[in-house]
Write a protein that binds this ligand. Structure first.
Ligand code: DC
Length: 217
C-alpha cells in the first residue's frame, strides 16, 4: 500500500481546503488534479494540440503561497484563469475524453515519490492511486457547495450569480458522475464524509484521526 491519502468528491465540496490543511498537518506533498485538468483545458483553448499539452503542463510552475497554489506559464500568472468557472466547464467537458485522462495519468502519478502525498480529485482512489492507504470521499449538498464556491470566487474578485452557480455545479456533477471513464463515485474502500453541516475544522479533525491511525503505524 502506498503512503497516499486520496480525497475525492464533487466540486466545491471543500476538498481543496481539506487537502491543503491535512497535507500541512501530515507534512505530505499535494496533488491538486483538478488544476491539471484545468491547465489541460487552458492549453486546449489556446489551440495547443493534444499530443503537446502534457509537455506544456509539465513546463508550468506551481508555487505555494500562504496555503494556496499559484500557477505560472512562463512569466504569466494564470491562477485566476485556471480557477474561473469558464475553465472549469471546459475542463469538465474535456475530462470525459479518453485521450485527456490518458495524457494526464502519468503526470498525476509522478507527484508520488514515495514520501507522503495527499491527492485531491475525482478518481484518485479509484483509478490513479488504487493502492492508496487511506481514501476519503468528501461531499456536501449542491446548495452548500454553491455558497462555498460563491465566497471563493468573490475572494478572487470574480462576481457570479448564485442561481447560475447552483445550475453549473449540478450540471457538472451530473456529467462527472455519469461519464463512462472514471466516473465520480466513491472507491469501495473509501470513507464517505458528508460535510453539509460540518465546518472545515470538524472535517479536518475527523480526517486527522483517521490519518493518524493509518499512517502512524
Ligand atoms: O476539482 P476541479 O473543480 O478543479 O476540477 C475541474 C474539472 O476537472 C472537473 O469538473 C472534472 C475534472 N476532473 C476530473 O475529471 N478528474 C479529476 N481527478 C479532477 C478533475
Amino acid at each position: 500500500m502506498d503512503k497516499i491519502l486520496t480525497i475525492d468528491g464533487p466540486s466545491a465540496s471543500g476538498k481543496g481546503s481539506l487537502t491543503r490543511a491535512i497535507a500541512i498537518a501530515l507534512n505530505f506533498n499535494v496533488l491538486d488534479s483538478g488544476l491539471l485538468y484545468r491547465a489541460y483545458a487552458y492549453f486546449y483553448e489556446k489551440g495547443v494540440t493534444t499530443d503537446h499539452i502534457g509537455k506544456k503542463i509539465q513546463g508550468l510552475s506551481f508555487r505555494f503561497n500562504s496555503g494556496d497554489v499559484q500557477v505560472f506559464d512562463g512569466i504569466e500568472e494564470i491562477t485566476s484563469l485556471l480557477r474561473s468557472e469558464n475553465t472549469a466547464k471546459a475542463a469538465s467537458a474535456l475530462s470525459s475524453q479518453k485521450e485527456t485522462r490518458k495524457n494526464l495519468l502519468n503526470i498525476q502519478r509522478s507527484f508520488y515519490n514515495g514520501n507522503g502525498l495527499v491527492a485531491d480529485g475525482r478518481d484518485m482512489g479509484t483509478v490513479v492511486f488504487p493502492n492508496a492507504r487511506l481514501k476519503i470521499f468528501l461531499t456536501a449538498s449542491s446548495e452548500v457547495r454553491a455558497k462555498r464556491r460563491h465566497i471563493e470566487l468573490q475572494n478572487r474578485g470574480q462576481e457570479v450569480n448564485m442561481r447560475d452557480l447552483i445550475e453549473d455545479i449540478e450540471e457538472r456533477d451530473l456529467r462527472d458522475r455519469t461519464r463512462t471513464l472514471s466516473p465520480l463515485i466513491p472507491a469501495e474502500d473509501s470513507i464517505v464524509i458528508d460535510s453539509s453541516s460540518m465546518s472545515l475544522d470538524e472535517v479536518l479533525s475527523f480526517t486527522k484521526k483517521l490519518a493518524k491511525k493509518e499512517f502512524d503505524k
